[in-house]
Design a protein around this ligand. Structure first.
Ligand SMILES: *Cc1c(COP(=O)(O)O)cnc(C)c1O
Length: 439
């Protein structure tokens, strides 16, 4: 099962471990994240449980920041909240100096709650309601990325009513194929996202004439899980060209927002290199005289997260099935995108034992509740623990309580210790908001 167009041979368990410096296999304690045994976390908090490595997230932020420093390119990083919106994680990136990129008022409020100033928040997304725009503008949001002519009129009307002026960047659709999965590509003309290049000039002028908006620049986001710099180069060249065309037309352009989408290695494909990305950004924007911003999500949190689960039973029915206590409602990516996630046994002896193919599934009553097909894994007894890797982005945020399955706990590993950052949902909480008719 290829992940998003990548179709190499599947890495074995040793390869998966070797490619992830945040993980190690300890002879007694088993699989560790940042030196902390996953067994200790499961013993204390049960499974399924999300485990996030703070050190890994910080290291990835610093690697990205330093890649731009090395190129001499000042870059303002706005963490894309939708990848993982936990308050602890938003706060971690805030402490590193990041702002936030949000796509709903709920995400905006989360970012604020985590300590991020409204002025450091960019509001993206193809449909922001009037109520959302009003709340964001009243709170002093830094920038709104607009995706259509209709939206620019709407933002202006709401802002004018409030007596404020909104900083608006126009999201240009560069019509570039990011070479990623169809469900996460956003920069093609046929996608619902952004404004066609030929419409930007007149719309920018229209925005400049409206009372409630001030056009500040151009933004682009061409897709997610992008593994090559080429689509970025093509898109950013078009963006830089647009900046020059706008200035030639007498417009003021201060901001170029480069979006996110930096891909990570789920199998053994190399993730996008921050230094290669930064070099492309420098080459394309050299001398442009704009304030550069970007909005990475997956790159920062994906490899830092694990969904730790237990085997309920191993079922032999023609083929072998490993039935876990985690399911598609917890980690949706395999069912939704045919995404490939590495799976490692936590126990050291099992890790070294002979492997044979098994389908790894959850207990949910859907055939799509399949984490991996024909995956080479050892025999695992009921209660044996497994780690689903690279689940830190688009994992917990996409989860549901389908099949009345309470949401798992979440734990943050930091500095050799760990702490609970989300309580496991209690069964009563599943129906806490429900009202029986006549009651
Ligand atoms: C989702 C999204 C991002 C982040 O994408 P990643 O692939 O997680 O880096 C950035 N900007 C916008 C507008 C988005 O919709």
């Amino acid at each position: 099962m290829a992940d998003m167009g990548f179709a190499g041979p599947e890495p074995d368990l040793q390869d998966l471990l070797a490619a992830r410096p945040q993980l190690e296999m300890h002879a007694q304690d088993g699989l560790c994240l940042e030196g902390v045994p996953l067994n200790a976390i499961a013993d204390q908090h049960g499974t399924p449980v999300w485990v996030y490595g703070a050190g890994t997230m910080r290291a990835r932020f610093v690697a990205l920041r330093d890649a731009f420093k090395a190129e001499g390119v000042p870059m303002h990083i706005h963490y894309a909240v939708k990848a993982n919106d936990h308050l602890a994680i938003l706060n971690l990136f805030h402490e590193q100096g990041a702002g936030a990129d949000v796509v709903s008022i709920g995400e905006f409020l989360r970012a604020r709650k985590a300590g991020i100033a409204a002025a450091d928040v960019v509001y993206s997304g193809v449909g922001k309601s009037e109520a959302e725009l009003e709340a964001a503008l009243a709170a002093g949001i830094g920038q709104i990325n607009a995706e259509s002519a209709e939206e620019i009129e709407m933002i202006s009307a709401v802002a004018a009513r409030l007596g404020v002026v909104a900083n608006v960047a126009l999201r240009m659709n560069p019509d570039v194929d990011a070479g990623t999965h169809a469900k996460i590509t956003t920069g093609l003309a046929e996608n619902k996202f952004g404004i066609a290049a030929e419409d930007i000039l007149p719309l920018y002028a229209r925005a400049a004439a409206l009372p409630g908006v001030r056009p500040v620049g151009i933004t682009m986001h061409i897709g997610s899980q992008i593994l090559s710099t080429e689509p970025y180069r093509l898109a950013y060249e078009k963006g830089a060209e647009m900046v020059r065309a706008l200035r030639d037309a007498g417009q003021s352009v201060e901001v170029l927002d480069l979006g996110g989408g930096l891909g990570i290695g789920y199998q053994d494909e190399p993730g996008l290199s921050p230094s290669a990305f930064a070099a492309v950004v420098r080459q394309v924007t050299d001398g442009l005289g704009v304030r550069l911003m970007m909005e990475p999500g997956r790159y920062l949190t994906g490899p830092a997260g694990i969904l730790l689960a237990s085997v309920i039973l191993q079922k032999q029915a023609g083929k072998r099935f490993l039935v876990l206590d985690a399911a598609m409602n917890d980690l949706m990516r395999p069912a939704m995108y045919e995404a490939w996630h590495g799976i490692l046994p936590v126990d050291a002896a099992s890790f070294r034992a002979a492997a044979s193919p098994a389908d790894v599934v959850g207990p949910v009553c859907e055939s799509a509740d399949l984490f991996a097909k024909d995956r080479a894994l050892p025999a695992l007894k009921p209660g044996a623990r497994v780690a689903l890797l690279d689940a830190g982005a688009y994992g917990a945020v996409m989860s549901s309580a389908y099949n009345a399955r309470p949401r798992p706990a979440a734990v943050l590993v930091d500095n050799g210790g760990f702490q609970l950052i989300t309580r496991r949902q209690a069964p009563e909480e599943l129906w806490a908001g429900e009202i029986l008719p006549g009651a």
